[in-house]
Ligand binder design. Structure first.
Ligand SMILES: [Zn+2]
Length: 166
């Protein structure tokens, strides 16, 4: 199996989200009542939610998505699509500034066959990339047993997102 496809720590996440019948993980995070630190939420308004990926492929792996539940990217209304793309751009700028990364991956996996873990609430992945970083993937995989590491990342990035306006 390719190294980049080994992500067994994502399974509890995927299974948990499939088990949650009454609601979706991302809708829960988009709810203003949900504790931002607990949920690793960096930004949310009525259009867009930005949060850390709880089961990251890389340090600074963020998720940017419409606040409203939905799987059909092609059917997004124009206003949400505009807001969403603006936030993806701002997230890219923040990661470049905060991590000084020479590269980024930005993408959306639509449908299980395309690799989506949570299929019914579309989300962009925005990841900082560094030369040769796939070589230390097994090392950073340990973040799954270090929840405080994610909270440290959240605290470091939060000031950047607090500066975002409408
Ligand atoms: Zn949802």
């Amino acid at each position: 199996m390719m190294k980049s496809l080994q992500a067994p720590w994502r399974m509890p996440y995927i299974q948990a989200s499939q088990k949650a019948e009454s609601g979706c993980v991302f809708c829960h995070l988009a709810n203003p009542e949900t504790d931002a630190e607990e949920g690793l939420v960096l930004f949310r308004d009525r259009f867009v939610l930005i949060a850390l990926n709880r089961y990251p492929y890389n340090n600074g792996h963020l998720l940017v998505m419409p606040a409203a539940h939905g799987a059909d990217f092609a059917a997004l209304d124009a206003e949400t699509a505009t807001q969403l793309m603006k936030r993806v751009q701002q997230t890219a700028a923040i990661l470049q500034k905060a991590y000084r990364c020479p590269g980024l991956n930005i993408g959306m996996n639509l449908g299980a066959v395309a690799g989506a873990g949570i299929t019914d609430h579309m989300h962009f992945h925005v990841l900082p990339r560094w030369q040769g970083d796939t070589n230390f993937m097994p090392v950073i995989a340990d973040v799954r047993v270090m929840p405080q590491y994610l909270h440290e990342t959240w605290s470091n990035l939060l000031p950047y997102f607090k500066e975002l306006g409408d």
